[in-house]
Design a protein. Structure first.
Length: 207
């Protein structure tokens, strides 16, 4: 398991500051955090399973529409929802909508949820007249490190985060040469991080 301290040490080596005379953890952590957030976004864009997750079955009581209190705490955004009966029998995939039908609670007469939407970081579903269960596939949050002892949460992430943090640090003090060198290294290593977090995905066909 890679720690933030490993990426910080790599960044300092590229910055020619192994003894942390200039680039202390406190000075580099903000750069590392930017790089970590960038990496999460890039992993999502290439479809890496490292930032995808599926919940277990979540119980939804009858007439409940706002699921924000029971949605997974590490969920950045849902991608698909599947409905089950209270006895855990699969019903089907739910339909995403921009807005839920505007009905009064007294109008509820459906035994399935059917529809869902994501509004203001809250998962909302259509009312059902009976208890149900759902399973959520979603984009998950990987905790951004705040101290050197924190885990990076992404396999081999240090090989990208170290050079990228060094590039950000070099850019912040106007060192254009080191900025380019570290950026090129981070870009090159990113492909290796993707490969390490590909899961069962096949690599792209070579041209």
């Amino acid at each position: 398991m890679a720690l933030a301290s490993v990426a910080l040490a790599q960044a300092r080596t590229l910055l020619n500051d192994d003894i942390a005379a200039v680039w202390s953890d406190a000075a580099l952590i903000p750069k590392l955090q930017i790089a970590h957030q960038e990496l999460q976004m890039e992993l999502w864009e290439v479809g890496s399973p490292a930032v995808r997750k599926e919940s277990g079955l979540i119980s939804v009581t009858a007439a409940l529409s706002d699921l924000s209190a029971i949605q997974p705490v590490d969920m950045l955004a849902p991608t698909k929802l599947f409905e089950y009966t209270v006895g855990s029998v699969y019903v089907g995939e739910m339909t995403e909508v921009f807005y839920l039908p505007n009905l009064e609670l007294s109008d509820i007469h459906y035994s399935t949820l059917r529809y869902w939407c994501w509004r203001k970081e809250k998962l909302l579903v259509y009312y059902a007249s009976v208890d149900t269960k759902i399973k959520i596939q979603y984009r998950k949050l990987i905790t951004v490190p705040t101290v050197g002892g924190d885990a990076l949460g992404i396999a081999f992430a240090e090989s990208y985060l170290g050079p990228r943090a060094a590039a950000l640090a070099a850019g912040s003090v106007g060192n254009a040469i080191l900025l380019k060198i570290a950026t090129d290294m981070a870009t090159s290593n990113f492909a290796r991080v993707i490969a390490a977090n590909r899961g069962q995905q096949k690599p792209p066909d070579k041209p």
